[in-house]
Design a protein around this ligand. Sequence first.
Ligand SMILES: [Fe+2]
Ligand SMILES: [Fe+2]
Length: 495
Amino acid sequence: MVIDALKASELVENLDRGKPVNIAFFYPDQNVMKALNSLFAKVLSKMDLIYLLDTLVTIQREVIINAAKANAKRLYFLERGLDIANPEQYALGMSNFRNEIVGDLEQARDKLAKSGLKIRIRLQKTANGVLISVINNTPILPEELSRITMRMERARSYNDFSEAYEEVYDSTEGAGLGIVLVTLLLKNSGIGVESYSITSDGTSTKCDVMIPLEIRPREVTTNIKTEILRQVEGLPTFPKHIIELQRLCGDPDASIGEISKRIMIDPSITSDVLKLSNSAGFITSKRIEQVSDAVMTIGLKNLNAILTASSARQILDKRFSKFEQIWNHCNKTAFYARILAMKMRLPKIMESVFLTGLLHDLGKIVLLSTDLELTNWISEMVNNRKIRTSTIMEEVSLGISHSSIGELIARHWAFPEYLTESIRCHHSPLNAPNEYRDQVYITYLANMFCGVETRKYDYYYLEGEVLERYGIASIEDAQNLHDEIKGRYETDSRS
Ligand SMILES: [Fe+2]
Ligand SMILES: [Fe+2]
């Protein structure tokens, strides 16, 4: 290992021709996971199932980590001369293994590399779809297998993850939540629980997931989702004076004086216009204090974006709770998106990605207001389990993600299509329709860079296809680009 993007395309071609793809590694480090993600992305694109990417990556990540844990466990017993098949020695070995290794599997990495214990991934095309097998060199014990089967059985009865989370706190091998997550993802995505199996031949363990050609996702209904849909339906339209202002922005005969005067009637719009004009990376030598200066500096298209964002925020803040940190994050994302668009030589979309940045997380306001505790718990799970995106966890726990809530709000307010799509796809850029690919990718990248700063994401999470589109050849390149934009943001916010 490791496979690069070109090799991944070649492997997928082989797979399509009926040749199985085999990949082997000792330890699933970031490079391995990144390579697998781009391989899965290519396989799913070919199957026209790209929307399953995060689901598949999350399932496979759990499966692969478990395989690595099983190999580490076997090694641990071998090193200490403990017999894994002897119940007493097993209990003793396991309690030490849990304390010493499980929380920090990375420390077993070098030993695993030297041990010869491997993890193999095999992809095979079959008549019904693509079969993905994860095989490790350790036979699963009958007790372990029956415990997993039992947990899966139980997990099948849950409608959503929130139902499960109090019950599965007791997790003998830290695998309880993982199994519930995998089961619910299989069930809700339409891949199906029956597509998953674990078998052992006495020397190794194999975990199969079959991705069928035909998939029908399950509609998950939760009380929270029903409540959210009701709330979105009831959102008021934009106030008349804003609609009039937006019309003036597009009117070639309107004067800046007239527009500025109308802005100043609304104090919160005024404050947003001044604040965002001063902090969105517009080239100015001094602080903008006057609305008319702001309008002249940023131009009518950017002003229009601020009006849209500001009114949307006002309505949401009034209806739900005010989450200042979300809007601050959105302001930063908007800054990053504008500069990214400029750097990627996409001047035409600088104004549109400014707006997508400003509003991309509007669904989060609704989510946080509806159930703060659950939403926080979801973020915690996403961080702890290094899940690539919160979308998966939100869908599996609440039946709806903040991206989809955002999309619904955008449709309710008849936002332009590029904005609606950028909100919908800001965590799953590969789902973007072709005509809005740049707006979506730039919004995604800007948001990911912000997420890296809060340690929510890592550069290796970045979607290979997005990086390829902009010629970002390596993680170092991504980091340099990010550093440059961040530097500019910091200088601008100080001035
Ligand atoms: Fe988001
Ligand atoms: Fe965000």
